[in-house]
Write a protein that binds this ligand. Structure first.
Ligand SMILES: [Mg+2]
Ligand SMILES: [Zn+2]
Length: 171
């Protein structure tokens, strides 16, 4: 990947922070290895950052928007400010245009940052992140975790072992 990027978008759960399913408790937010350093370095290099996250716990009635906002605020306390947050609150059955693998969150994030999807890298941990990036015309980067399925890893056009590898790809 020898392309210049203006922005890096991140999935939240399992990418920026440890995945705690339907977490509404800010005290349970724990950054993934390398996240803090990567965000610091991206900002130093003038690269815009954003978060694109499915939070169907809201639509499922398991989480309130206030809880999600509190968790997101804790993420920014730990990792610094992001240029945009795009959250899909819908239940999967609603068929919205924003829930990944649909591209809606990616389009909205790029518009909010004033960047082209073609010059945006999207880092995620599952196939839906890769698909959302591809559908939007952004460049996907899969950073697998223990729960990422093998076929998702095989099908991803770009993978990295951890977040430490991301900076070199965007510079
Ligand atoms: Mg994830
Ligand atoms: Zn949605």
């Amino acid at each position: 990947m020898d392309q210049a990027f203006d922005a890096v978008l991140f999935d939240r759960d399992g990418t920026l922070i440890q995945d705690v399913p339907y977490n509404g408790d800010p005290s349970r937010v724990a950054p993934m290895p390398g996240a803090r350093e990567l965000l610091r370095d991206l900002r130093t290099h003038g690269i815009r950052t954003g978060v694109v996250t499915n939070q169907s716990g809201i639509g499922r009635g398991l989480l309130t928007e206030t809880q999600v906002a509190a968790v997101n605020a804790r993420v920014e306390e730990l990792l610094g400010r992001f240029g945009t947050w795009q959250v899909c609150p819908h239940h999967p059955a609603e068929g919205c245009a924003c829930r990944k693998p649909a591209p809606g969150l990616v389009f909205a994030a790029c518009a909010a940052l004033g960047v082209s999807p073609q010059r945006t890298l999207l880092v995620g941990d599952i196939g839906a992140d890769v698909a959302a990036a591809s559908a939007a015309g952004a460049v996907p980067l899969l950073v697998p975790t223990a729960v990422t399925r093998p076929e998702e890893v095989e099908q991803a056009p770009h993978t990295a072992p951890d977040l430490h590898a991301v900076l070199e790809m965007v510079r």
